[in-house]
Design a protein around this ligand. Sequence first.
Ligand code: SAH
Length: 472
Amino acid sequence: MPPVAVGQIVDVEVTGLTHEGAGVGRYQGYTLFIAQALVGERVRVRVEHVKKNYGFARLLQILEPSVQRVAPPCPVFDRCGGCSLQHLEYEAQLRHKRQIVADNLQRIGGFTVAAEGDGASGRAAAGDAVIVHPTIGMAEPWRYRNKAQVPIGEQDGGLVGGFYAERSHTIIDIDQCLIQHEASDAVVRVVKRTAARLGITPYDEEQHTGLLRHVVTKVGAKTGEIMVVLITTEEFIPQRELLIEAIRREVPGVTSIVQNINPERTNVIFGRKTIPLWGRDVIYDYIGSVKFAISARSFYQVNPVQTEILYEKTLQYAGLTGNETVIDAYCGIGTISLFLAQQAAHVYGVEIVPEAIADARRNAEQNGIGNVTFAVGAAEEVIPAWKEQGITPDVIVVDPPRKGCDEALLTAILQMRPKRVVYVSCNPATLARDLKLLATGYVVKEVQPVDMFPHTGHVEVTVRLERKDTVN
Ligand code: SAH
């Protein structure tokens, strides 16, 4: 029996922090998860939800604050839930993210992790311990996102737009988001104000009425080009030209305005049809010296500054000399592939979304990069087929979605025996699971966490693995 009941008020010590950023407290041995509580704090909470082995509680009062606690600068921090770590000083966020990675490698992967600091500046780690480097953070961890997807809705007869309150579909109206590029905020402000004035109706999710569902913005960090995507339930937008004119007048960097039509009753943001309204249908951006075209629908990393650091590390881990054959699995629009191609003999990229591969091919061509081959399909099917065709990679890079790699792919990698594998991951749990399997043929040498998403609980890592018979 849990020692607490819903509604009960108790004082607890917080001893841990989950990777979602919630504090973990214990009351008479029973675990309580408390959003916004930090390690080392004593807090007063109200129990809100009780399960057999754990419960959730709301923070009422901080009795003894952590020295790492900071005042979150965002006025809607409490209600949003997007930035679950804003109340923790940035250096501590970075240490926390390294710890999350290390914990997963130990618990799920069964690895021994070297003490923090081992492996740094050439110092060797003991035995077969995995080196997890300190998280690489941002010098300026605000305003870093290059893409915003803002839901529009109706409240008290007016048009609002911002974000969904945590675990709900109630829209909280905001005029700025501190992790978004300023241009995104400016676009959203002018669209909201102008739409309301022109009688462009907001979408009502419950009734499935109204026109404007979402405003999506994309910003080319290096070029300054801005794309605006208006997602509507139908094609006709009243006084469309006036809306376009207002956006262009107020946000001079806008080079592309497109409309996407989504008539469905769904949570999915984009519909099938995209039509250009003004300007180009893509914006351009650079990662290193490679130029990418980004369309309304294509996937592109959201933190351009840290992406460059992540890819540099990945390139370094790949250890290329110019003679290697490389496979880039889960290649998206070819970002990592084209980055690696500059230092490899040939790169094969595979990705399941056909449009992304079309973008990848176009990006290769535009950059005059000829030593790449892209294929559409599931990595776990295409790569074994490549093996049958006699393609023998020296290095395989994988960058799977959150659910990690398909086991068939890991098996294929073990059979193809590339000298080196580099694993880029956005989910330490599935990473640890997959590394455990790869460890039958490979040594996990080092892991580099990169903070792609400051103030949120997410962490990205790149990992270097060497084939067992090549290391002693
Ligand atoms: N490497 C790219 C994209 C990584 S995101 C970049 O850094 O930009 C992961 C990608 O894997 C997505 O583009 C997704 O469409 C793709 N994907 C998902 N399942 C896949 C599968 N089974 N085989 C190949 N690609 C897949």
